[in-house]
Design a protein around this ligand. Structure first.
Ligand code: NAD
Ligand code: UDP
Length: 352
């Protein structure tokens, strides 16, 4: 089976995708600096595999930063010597907090852009020309026409989204750089991934206080935070709170696997597609589902709108459905159930 390099594989989406890759029999090499993750996540990924599979390919973990070119070259070389050449890269590594990116844009450009450029340079040198890139719905900025289609204008309104849009442009330039196309590229534009693997063994484990709604709800549910602060109840939505397209992280992982297989099997191409469920859930609806399915209470209060927020951000996911034959399977109830299971089993994340 092919060897796949997963950058940022110890992180939230990366660790769940590693489960799907190993279940399919891929050899997985993870590169991660652990700036926002723990190496224990990868032990847990293997624990999940042990539950159902008598044997599986162990993950090779290479701790380090993707901006370190020599480190990356060594990994590509070692793969050739020890397993098989790296067939493709799934590129999750990067910084992901919108708020942090506004305060510290240089770190975001450095990590996300320089990291990706270094990776692409090394991939090119080793003739590894298949990449699945973690892009984001944030590249659409304040798009008001929803559901959002992939042909919507790319107008990010924060440094984080701008780094993602810039990387998509670089990947496009790379694709058209040779007349006989050589690269196989997929830009996956995620909407709002939440939940966790159904075992509760892996989950979202930010090293700092989270800014996103779902980990904050989980934090309130276990008493880490007293109350949830809801940013505005005067949005032009059904109940006045912001609407998002939440997608179960395992459905997202499945999308990665399908696109990877499609790229590997087919001729060089570049694809950009949304990964979301296509349906919107408001903050109040999410709280209500979470409370019901988990039998907990989430105290909240309303504050003013968060700067740069949008009322309604929902994906048109028809492209992914038709090209990948992919269908998000998990409901909002399952997202809330699984995410909470991870949280109660691991109240301190991987520090238990
Ligand atoms: P995460 O922070 O949990 O995972 C990212 C991983 O990359 C972490 O393990 C971190 O330690 C590692 N990393 C960061 N910079 C690195 C570097 N320079 N070198 C090596 N490793 C590095 O984030 P996630 O939620 O799993 O997101 C994965 C990717 O998907 C990110 O690129 C993110 O921007 C993108 N994305 C995430 C969301 C979301 O809501 N989770 C939405 C859209 C897009
Ligand atoms: N939100 C909120 N309180 C919080 C964090 C988020 O009310 O502490 C709202 C936010 O205004 C938005 C929704 O929850 O309507 C999802 O926000 P998140 O930051 O998770 O995702 P994003 O806005 O980046 O899609």
């Amino acid at each position: 089976m092919s060897t796949i390099l997963v950058t940022g594989g110890a992180g939230f989406v990366g660790s769940h995708t590693c489960v799907s890759l190993l279940e399919k029999g891929f050899k997985v090499i993870v590169v991660d600096s652990n700036i926002n993750s723990s190496p224990i996540a990868l032990d847990r990924v293997e624990d999940i595999l042990k539950i159902k599979h008598k044997s599986y390919e162990k993950i090779v973990f290479e701790k380090g930063d993707i901006r370190d070119e020599i480190f990356l070259r060594n990994i590509f070389n070692r793969a050739i010597k020890r397993y098989s050449e790296i067939k493709a890269v799934i590129h999750f590594a990067g910084l992901k907090s919108i708020r942090e990116s506004v305060i510290d844009p240089l770190s975001y450009w450095d990590s996300n852009l320089i990291g990706t450029l270094t990776l692409l340079k090394v991939m090119n040198d080793f003739n590894c020309k298949t990449i699945v890139f973690s892009s984001s719905a944030s590249i659409y900025g304040n798009e008001v026409r929803t559901p959002i289609v992939e042909t919507s204008p790319i107008k990010p309104n924060n440094p984080y989204g701008k780094t993602k849009a810039a990387i998509e442009k670089i990947l496009h330039d790379l694709f058209i750089s040779t007349s006989n196309r050589e690269w196989r590229i997929a830009n996956l534009r995620y909407f709002n991934p939440i939940g966790s693997h159904k075992t509760g063994l892996i989950g979202e484990n930010p090293n700092n206080v989270p800014n996103n709604l779902f980990p904050l709800i989980c934090g309130v549910a276990i008493g880490r935070y007293e109350k949830l602060n809801i940013y505005g109840n005067d949005w032009p939505t059904k109940d006045g709170t912001g609407v998002r397209d939440y997608i179960h992280v395992m459905d997202l992982a499945e999308g990665h696997l399908l696109v990877l297989e499609l790229l590997i099997k087919n001729k060089p191409q570049i694809l950009s597609m949304n990964l979301g469920t296509g349906s919107g859930t408001s903050v109040l609806e999410l709280i209500s589902v979470f409370e019901k399915i988990n039998g907990v209470k989430i105290p909240y209060h309303f504050s003013k709108r968060r700067e740069g927020d949008n009322a309604f951000v929902v994906a048109d996911n028809n492209l992914a459905k038709s090209i990948l034959n992919w269908e998000p399977r998990m409901s909002i109830q399952e997202m809330c159930r699984d995410g909470y299971l991870w949280q109660i089993k691991n109240p301190k994340g991987y520090l238990n």
